[in-house]
Design a binder for this molecule. Sequence first.
Ligand code: ADP
Ligand code: BMX
Length: 302
Amino acid sequence: MSSNVQFLKRHQINGLSVDFGGTKISASRIINGEIVKYVESKTAGNATIDGQIYDIMQLLNQLSIQANDKISVALAGRVTKQGIWQAVNSKTLTEVTNVPLKEMLQKKLSRPVNIQNDATAAMVGEYISGAAKGYQRAAFITVSTGVGGGIIIDGNPLTSDNGLAGHIGFTSSKFATDKCGSGRQHTVESIASGNALAKIARRAGQSVNSGKDVFDAHLAGEVWATKIVIQSANAIAELCVNLNAILGLDIIAIGGSIGLAEGYLSLVMQALKHEPEIFRPKIVKAKLGKNAALIGVLANIE
Ligand code: ADP
Ligand code: BMX
């Protein structure tokens, strides 16, 4: 299903927004489409729901909530039409099962609160004022803690009542050999995500804490790390081609801290050269960078 929505233009966007990812939670105050204040904290993946809501409120409070502020929250995980929040990769957010988050936040904040998947929100941001502006059929891929996706078809975001639409990180990859925290085998997320980079490196005996450590080692010229990063880029290129074959896309924007990292997009483009030309989509870096979801999540007209 693709929902018929209208978006605010960038300069009409005002309010507070949160982007809740598997590694970091960011929040911003936006005035006339510009981020005037930005705050960030670390995600506690194993925290209880009360703990997660406490962390969201802490960031919002740092932005001094005003009575008339519009508030929207973008989230890693599935967001159903009814506003229920549920992790698809249950290892990333272990306690996020069936959480009536929209209702809980509305009660706490005494106003309507819009909640949406983080990658869908980022897609909307890129569509209204980023790399996908002017294109009617577009995808956003975040290569971050996980691998997430947002899709715009003929100007409308692809959504589903159960919130699963766009979860492209859980499609299969010929490069993958592992199961990811969704329970599915051989997913793109299991080979290309930040969590996957770290897991694969540790299994190879490297002492790393995060995907960033692997990426930094790659940039420092460590061959073992470059191999892992190239596998990630290969899987993302394969995903781009698959999406293009299914949807006939005008453009794909790549974001997330790994997607935006130095040289990553070039590796994806290199891998695309092995594909027949007709299947190669136009791919670009997300223009709004790490702010895509913060801007996009406030763009919906309710
Ligand atoms: P989230 O998943 O919370 O939205 P990010 O987009 O920052 O957050 O993605 C987090 C993943 O990206 C982690 O695996 C982290 O180690 C990795 N990462 C963070 N910063 C960088 C960087 N500068 N270069 C490469 N990887 C990074
Ligand atoms: C995972 C999944 C998606 C999310 C994507 C990017 C969970 C918790 N997350 O595929 O819902 O959009 O990661 O999220 O199921 P991030 O945490 O990497 O920003």
